[in-house]
Design a binder for this molecule. Structure first.
Ligand SMILES: *[C@@H]1O[C@H](CO)[C@@H](O)[C@H](O)[C@H]1NC(C)=O
Ligand SMILES: *[C@@H]1O[C@H](CO)[C@@H](O)[C@H](O)[C@H]1NC(C)=O
Ligand SMILES: *[C@@H]1O[C@H](CO)[C@@H](O)[C@H](O)[C@H]1NC(C)=O
Ligand SMILES: *[C@@H]1O[C@H](CO)[C@@H](O)[C@H](O)[C@H]1NC(C)=O
Length: 437
């Protein structure tokens, strides 16, 4: 029972219409400053907004007038000042509540309409408190971490689906690890990173030698599940329109991280870290998770199926925005070919997907068979972008350039589909159950 709305062009148009665009817009105008590097060398992000901008001018005037006229007028002056202060206070309160309500509505959106008692206080409109949940509640939420609630396994540990007392459905990552201040502090930092295209952290728990991270649950899992089978070969489920929207969404999420000050690197961007919510909105997952892993995610290509790394990492071993861009390029190649970059099976042609993409003259044989009909122009453009992303470091575009290019490709494709009268065909709803094998 998944509600799949028609994939429409307005939802990701570069005009400031959709929530995503507003988020992007906000990310560019909200001042984000880094606090001094903490003891652990991890910068903390602070969002600041100018609340008291205007200075009382009338006040001075009023005082001058009051002093000039003398005793009886003093009373009038006091009254004027009091009125002025009251007005100013009211204006301030209104502004704070504007920010407050916009923050909390994006917040409430995430917890499905309920203000959870766990989710901390909204006393400050600028810093969102990430709540600490009790292990007991998480046990109840997951039927005591039953096997049947396991939805995945990642570098951090097993991932469970859970139902909190407030009715929200969450994904819970669990590992056995001694509690630490660092963990609590980092989760608070990650909780400040909010964007339509980033999976939201809603809480954590440290108890009983366990560490748990609680995220919004993404009903449609990771993009890879909709592209290829267990052997890494295409299953042909997503149409071009949806693939372009997913690419654009993921690009916006990653761009948001990169334009923070200082830039926030994902360091492990890949297809299985792009999740899809019930409406197939792409959300970047595992943001900042590498900070909790000893030695980070730095497993090289030798670690096999688990990772596909930027070859330049083995030279410099320094992560940069360009490393994430490489990961994004590989993601685009998977998206248009429907093949996993690193096949689970040695005989899978996708094993050398990147080499294949670089060397092929035959785009038609590279792309997912389901896309081979008439959207080749868009695919050609995506292919060119992907190849730029996997170039040597300094030739790779920035995420901001990638977003602009993806917006262009997406808009253009939607325009074509409309003029060709194909938009109705695109609007055909695929039942959620069909998307699962
Ligand atoms: C929220 O505020 C209340 C009092 O206003 C306090 O008792 C409670 O501990 C606070 N919760 C958190 C998570 O800070
Ligand atoms: C939950 O499982 C653990 C071991 O997996 C067990 O020790 C504990 O008693 C269980 N708790 C409940 C409430 O079933
Ligand atoms: C999905 O779309 C529907 C209808 O547009 C909306 O009501 C719902 O809140 C959306 N769900 C999410 C998780 O954004
Ligand atoms: C790879 O796939 C082929 C069939 O496609 C199968 O026969 C072979 O056993 C697989 N190899 C491995 C290592 O899984």
């Amino acid at each position: 029972m998944f509600n799949l709305p028609a994939c429409d062009s307005t939802s990701s148009s570069p005009k400031l219409t959709s929530l995503g665009d507003l988020d992007c817009f906000k990310s560019r105008t909200t001042k984000v400053t880094a606090a001094p590097i903490g003891e652990l060398g991890v910068p903390t992000f602070t969002y600041s907004q100018d609340v008291n901008a205007q200075k009382p001018r009338k006040q001075r005037l009023a005082v001058i007038v009051g002093a000039g006229i003398g005793g009886t007028m003093l009373v009038a002056t006091v009254i004027i000042i009091v009125c002025f202060c009251l007005m100013r206070a009211r204006r301030l309160a209104r502004r704070t509540s504007d920010t407050g309500s916009s923050e909390s509505s994006s917040y409430v959106d995430g917890v499905r309409g309920n203000v959870s008692p766990h989710v901390g206080n909204h006393s400050s409109s600028e810093v969102q408190d990430i709540s600490q949940l009790a292990l007991a509640e998480l046990r109840i939420a997951t039927s005591n971490f039953s096997q049947s609630n396991i939805i995945g396994e990642g570098a951090f540990g097993l991932v469970y689906k859970g139902l909190l007392q407030d009715g929200s459905i969450v994904a819970i990552k669990r590992r056995f690890h001694d509690p630490s201040q660092y963990f609590a502090h980092e989760v608070q930092n990650l909780g400040q990173i909010r964007h339509r295209h980033i999976v939201k952290v809603i809480g954590y728990c440290q108890e009983n030698r366990e560490q748990l991270l609680i995220y919004d649950y993404m009903a449609n899992g990771n993009v890879g599940n909709h592209l290829y089978d267990s052997e890494g070969l295409p299953i042909g489920k997503l149409d071009i329109c949806r693939r372009l929207s997913i690419a654009l969404g993921a690009a916006r999420g990653l761009e948001f991280l990169h334009i923070l000050v200082p830039p926030f690197l994902h360091t492990h961007f890949r297809t299985c870290n792009v999740l899809l919510d019930e409406n197939f909105t792409a959300k970047v997952a595992d943001v900042g998770l590498s900070r909790f892993l000893i030695g980070g995610y730095r497993a090289g290509p030798s670690s096999g199926i688990d990772c596909f790394c930027d070859p330049e990492l083995s030279i410099s071993n320094d992560f940069s925005e360009r490393t994430d861009v490489y990961g994004f390029g590989v993601f685009l190649l998977e998206l248009i070919s429907g093949r996993e970059a690193v096949g689970r099976n040695g005989s899978v042609p996708g094993q050398n997907l990147i080499e294949w993409a670089k060397s092929t003259n035959d785009l038609n044989s590279f792309v997912d068979p389901v896309l081979r009909k008439d959207q080749m122009e868009a695919i050609q453009l995506v292919m060119e972008l992907a190849l730029q992303c996997v170039e040597i470091g300094e030739r790779r575009p920035s995420m901001t350039q990638i977003v602009a290019t993806m917006e262009f490709i997406h808009e253009r494709e939607m325009g074509h589909l409309k003029t060709e009268g194909l938009d109705e065909e695109i609007g055909v709803v695929t039942l959620g159950s069909e998307l699962f094998k």
